[in-house]
Design a protein around this ligand. Structure first.
Ligand SMILES: Nc1ncnc2c1ncn2[C@@H]1O[C@H](COP(=O)(O)OP(=O)(O)OP(=O)(O)O)[C@@H](O)[C@H]1O
Length: 246
């Protein structure tokens, strides 16, 4: 099964300006998120990472500037979102949670696709369960299946694995990297290991006004990288130094 439908565009942010409650968040911010790659976005707490993702998702409207796909087609309707909280409906079964988007849009439910995705995330046996019967890691796997069910070429992930234990997190990296191949993905994380395992492009957000600085990703587009890869370990140490210095 293809991981996503539609062309995965590059996303271009140009001259972005935003203030909220009298506080300037962005001023003349530029960034380019490459097509069909997983971009990791790092940066200190409160710098504006989630706000940038919300702007890309169309959940917020900027005061100035543009956010556009490089193919000229509007981003609207081409974006899926996954956050730290799985945000499952507690009264709906796992498979119904995966198909929630179809139900909300009044479309036919693609049960076969939902079940296939649940199998791929290792949750076939739980597809009729309620979310309350699942662990945190299982809930995040349902959320991943739901994002993939949407088949959108652009996927925005706001610290999706941060609430998971470290082993489950490593497993989620395997799954997400495999299943998001071909999508234009932006992943926010505070975890240097996650950044170095997953990034095909890596940006650090910081400064006043806020800017995005490109950092070298550990090399190669094959992700996730092995936790003991020397290039990863060296990049991770470098990231820790940068984060401690910022
Ligand atoms: N709805 C809102 N109204 C007013 N200010 C907001 C709103 N949402 C966010 N902000 C402010 O915008 C700034 C950026 O917040 P944002 O959540 O984007 O940061 P972040 O980098 O994602 O932080 P963290 O890593 O802690 O999640 C913060 O100063 C925050 O207080």
């Amino acid at each position: 099964m293809a991981p996503a439908t539609g062309h995965a565009p590059a996303i271009m942010v140009r001259g972005l300006g935003l203030s909220m409650d009298g506080q300037r968040i962005f001023e003349n911010l530029d960034a380019t998120f490459p097509a069909a790659r997983l971009t990791v976005l790092l940066g200190g707490s409160g710098i504006g990472k989630t706000t940038l993702l919300r702007l890309v998702a169309g959940l917020l409207v900027p005061d100035a500037g543009t956010i556009a796909a490089d193919d000229g087609v509007p981003l609207s309707g081409r974006v899926a979102w996954m956050g730290q909280d799985a945000m499952l409906l507690p009264w709906a079964r796992v498979d119904d949670n995966v198909m929630l988007g179809s139900r909300l849009r009044g479309e036919a439910l693609d049960r076969a696709r939902a079940h296939d995705l649940l199998e791929r995330v290792g949750l076939s046996a739980s597809r009729a369960a309620l979310p309350s019967a699942l662990s945190g890691g299982m809930r995040q796997r349902v959320a991943l299946a739901r994002v993939l069910y949407e088949g959108r070429p652009v996927v925005l992930m706001d610290e999706p694995f941060s609430a998971l234990d470290s082993i489950t997190r490593l497993r989620m990296h395997e799954l997400a990297a495999r299943m998001l191949a071909g999508c234009t993905t932006i992943l926010i994380t505070h975890d240097p290991l996650e950044a170095c395992r997953m990034a095909q492009a890596l940006f650090m957000m910081g400064g006043d006004p806020v800017r995005l600085s490109a950092l070298p990703a550990p090399g190669g587009v094959e992700i996730p990288r092995a936790v003991d890869d020397p290039a990863l370990l060296s990049a991770q140490a470098d990231l820790w130094r940068r984060m401690l210095a910022s």
